[in-house]
Design a protein around this ligand. Structure first.
Ligand SMILES: CC(C)(COP(=O)(O)OP(=O)(O)OC[C@H]1O[C@@H](n2cnc3c(N)ncnc32)[C@H](O)[C@@H]1OP(=O)(O)O)[C@@H](O)C(=O)NCCC(=O)NCCS
Length: 238
């Protein structure tokens, strides 16, 4: 076991947007079968309320995360119990949202995890045997999703808005998505998510900081396609 960061990008199990593709019909039953045999009750309950496409993304991500965690720990997936932490609702087997984690044969697994989904891809990060106080957050964004009026006002600080001023088209969308990914990675690391207003967090700077431990993930490290952008935060809190 090692306490370094491991990142895994999991490709879509179906072609995004390809409703009616024969591959979709074949993938979904296999996914449902794996989910029923490998996921826990609270995860399946949460999936039950979802529409088909969201449900597929959710189940695919949770299965990928469980297999990733089992690989990192060197244990069978069946030894793991999902153990999520929500800043509002608490921690336990009945919590289906919030910061991911697992019990390993009834005890907290020595593993930090973070997950993000975009455009059918699931991006996973893990640190085995973390240092005391160590925290992890990861995020992937599709720049096409940053193409809406009001993005800058809701998401960016004044300094960040100035930083993107003058950019247009693809460059602007990639610039927005880059900052958005950094913010979500940071806020997942902290554990508050978007309960913290994103326009209160500045993620500009020569090393993406004052936030030591926050950095962009390039495709050669993440394994994601080049059109997506990603960031990771690995921090030891005092
Ligand atoms: C965390 C958050 C920023 C993720 O944003 P997103 O772009 O919608 O989704 P992503 O695909 O990037 O990430 C989703 C993953 O973030 C993780 N996550 C959710 N809340 C988290 C938290 N508080 N801390 C760390 N990670 C968290 C989960 O692994 C989730 O995966 P899941 O869908 O399998 O449960 C956003 O969902 C959020 O702020 N959630 C918290 C809101 C909250 O606390 N609500 C109160 C509920 S009672």
């Amino acid at each position: 076991m090692a306490s370094h960061l491991v990142v895994r990008a999991c490709p879509p199990f179906r072609v995004p947007g390809a409703a009616g593709d024969p591959g979709v019909a074949a993938a979904a039953p296999e996914l449902e079968r794996d989910a029923r045999s490998l996921l826990d009750g609270a995860e399946l309950d949460r999936a039950r309320a979802m529409t088909a496409r969201t449900r597929e993304d959710f189940l695919g991500g949770r299965l990928a995360q469980r297999r990733f965690a089992a690989d990192l720990l060197g244990v069978p997936t069946s030894d793991l119990t999902a153990w999520y932490s929500c800043p509002r609702c608490g921690t336990g087997a009945n919590i289906s949202h919030g910061r991911p984690g697992y019990l390993l044969r009834g005890h907290a697994a020595p593993l930090l995890l973070s997950l993000s989904r975009a455009s059918g891809w699931t991006l996973l990060a893990g640190v085995v045997a973390p240092e005391p106080g160590q925290r992890l957050g990861i995020d992937v964004e599709d720049p096409a999703r940053a193409d809406f009026v009001g993005f800058d006002d809701v998401v960016l600080t004044v300094a960040e808005q100035r930083h993107l001023a003058g950019l247009h088209g693809t460059s602007l969308l990639r610039g927005r998505a880059r900052l958005w990914a950094r913010k979500e990675a940071w806020l997942k690391m902290v554990g508050t998510g978007l309960q913290t207003a994103p326009d209160s967090l500045d993620v500009l700077g020569p090393h993406v900081d004052g936030h030591a431990g926050l950095r962009d993930l390039l495709p050669e490290e993440s394994g994601l396609p080049a059109e997506l952008v990603a960031a990771v935060a690995v921090v030891v809190l005092p």
